[in-house]
Write a protein that binds this ligand. Structure first.
Ligand SMILES: Cc1ncc(COP(=O)(O)O)c(C=O)c1O
Length: 418
């Protein structure tokens, strides 16, 4: 291998500590999680300098929905490299237009327009800019415990712990408890531009909203002429068993944000999608928002291949089939580990293992690692371990993951004397 494992474990860690992040290196070493991503294939990642192998049930929150080095995605990139490069973001782009047209066909309702970005945070920033620019109002209401990224306006819509060291929040951002309609109603005033929610707040431990929550949010937005921004960065692209998580709630947002999995795990790509009426905001100055690398042309066929694969009915059917295996498996695990396991929060393969207290998540991360599973706790609700396997694993691997999680629950339970 040309790139992987050239310097041995200590060499890699020391260089990383010297030049990337001394704090991360120290923390991960202390917790015995000094795994260095080496060879990767399908659902598996191997340590760069040992034979340690993990089943990737973190998938960077959906980046690896289609597994590592998915052959269809690699083929799309290899092909596009023969003709394309970044392109120029000021000019008319055939590749961006083709990808945006595909998104228009696949997104709910009449979201015919897309502005591309590189990261989820950047795409959320644009969603908020657009909401404010179009409505000429300031207030943005988001969920306590929600997470939309670490960039400017996305950060401002997130929790205080991530923004506190950086000075006062820009004006106009308000958070209300997720799932609480009366709190939302009270927060709305004449200066409210938009409400922004993840369909299922991942960093908040995947609380699954009841069926009537989003329809109520939508009607509040309609009644008060407020825009609804839905963050599908984690729930999009088949994760929940439908192409978009919000489809489970049978409504059309005004703005939808897609990221992570759109990259195919290979080429960064995010998207802010919206309808014709909102696009009119850009008529006065079409260059008011630009991104040099957003929608880079070489990445467009990659994202197109992701969309083609993720929207296949057989693919989505497979996700739902796997979801049933996990639902059944966790019912058994709950009966087996009642002192630690509260249950599985689940919509399709958007899964959070809910445990009894907030020591459980971090210990479970380590225990899963010991059992060959990469699964990371939810930072805004540490009772929960996120379980996000690739969407195209086979049934056998799903059973194996449940078996390994069984072992990890047993170890966590013993460690915490539960
Ligand atoms: C729901 C959600 N929105 C937005 C983001 C931000 O994405 P990025 O890290 O690509 O900026 C994330 C990242 O984890 C996320 O989970």
């Amino acid at each position: 291998m040309k790139y992987i494992g050239r310097d041995g474990k200590e060499g890699i860690i020391n260089r990383f500590a010297r030049h990337v992040s001394s704090g991360k290196a120290e923390t991960l070493k202390t917790f015995g999680l000094d795994f260095v991503f080496g060879h990767r294939e399908g659902a598996y990642v191997w340590d760069a300098t040992s034979d340690k192998r993990l089943i990737n049930c973190h998938c960077n929150g959906g980046v690896f929905n289609l597994g590592h080095h998915n052959p269809k995605i690699i083929a799309a990139l290899m092909d596009s490299l023969k003709e394309l490069d970044i392109g120029n973001h000021h000019f008319i782009s055939e590749q961006r237009a083709i990808l945006a047209e595909k998104l228009a066909q696949l997104t709910p309702g009449d979201m015919t327009y897309t502005v591309f970005g590189v990261s989820g945070g950047e795409a959320i920033d644009l969603a908020i800019k657009l909401a404010r620019g179009y409505t000429k109002k300031l207030k943005i209401i988001s969920a306590v415990g929600g997470y939309h990224g670490h960039t400017g306006l996305a950060l401002a819509a997130g929790d205080e712990q991530y923004r506190q060291p950086f000075g006062p929040n820009p004006p106009g951002f308000v958070q209300v408890p997720f799932g609480n309609i009366s709190a939302l109603r009270q927060a709305i005033d004449d200066d409210t531009a938009a409400v922004i929610y993840e369909t299922i707040p991942a960093t908040f431990g995947m609380p699954i909203p009841p069926a009537d929550f989003f329809p109520q949010v939508k009607s509040l937005c309609v009644d008060n002429r407020i825009l609804l921004i839905i963050d599908e960065v984690q729930t999009g692209l088949g994760r929940t068993g439908k192409l978009w998580g919000i489809e489970h709630y049978d409504l059309v947002p005004d703005i939808m944000v897609i990221g992570k999995g759109l990259s195919g795990g290979i080429y960064p790509m995010s998207a802010t999608c919206f309808g014709k009426e909102l696009e009119s905001f850009f008529h006065e100055n079409p260059f008011i928002h630009i991104s040099t690398f957003g929608g880079a042309e070489v990445g467009c066929p990659v994202a197109l291949a992701v969309l083609e694969e993720s929207s296949r009915p057989e693919f989505l059917g497979h996700v739902r089939e796997l979801a049933e295996i996990f639902a059944h498996g966790f019912k058994e695990l709950k009966a087996k580990h009642p002192t630690i396991l509260v249950g599985l929060r689940q919509l399709g393969l958007m899964m959070g293992i809910e445990m009894v207290n907030d020591q459980c998540g971090p210990i479970m991360t380590k225990a899963c690692y010991g059992h060959g599973i990469l699964s990371i706790y939810a930072n805004n609700d540490r009772r929960v371990s996120q379980l996000l396997p690739p969407l195209n694993i086979d049934r056998k691997l799903a059973y194996e993951i449940i078996e390994r999680v069984d072992g990890a629950l047993k170890d966590t339970k013993e460690f915490l004397s539960l």
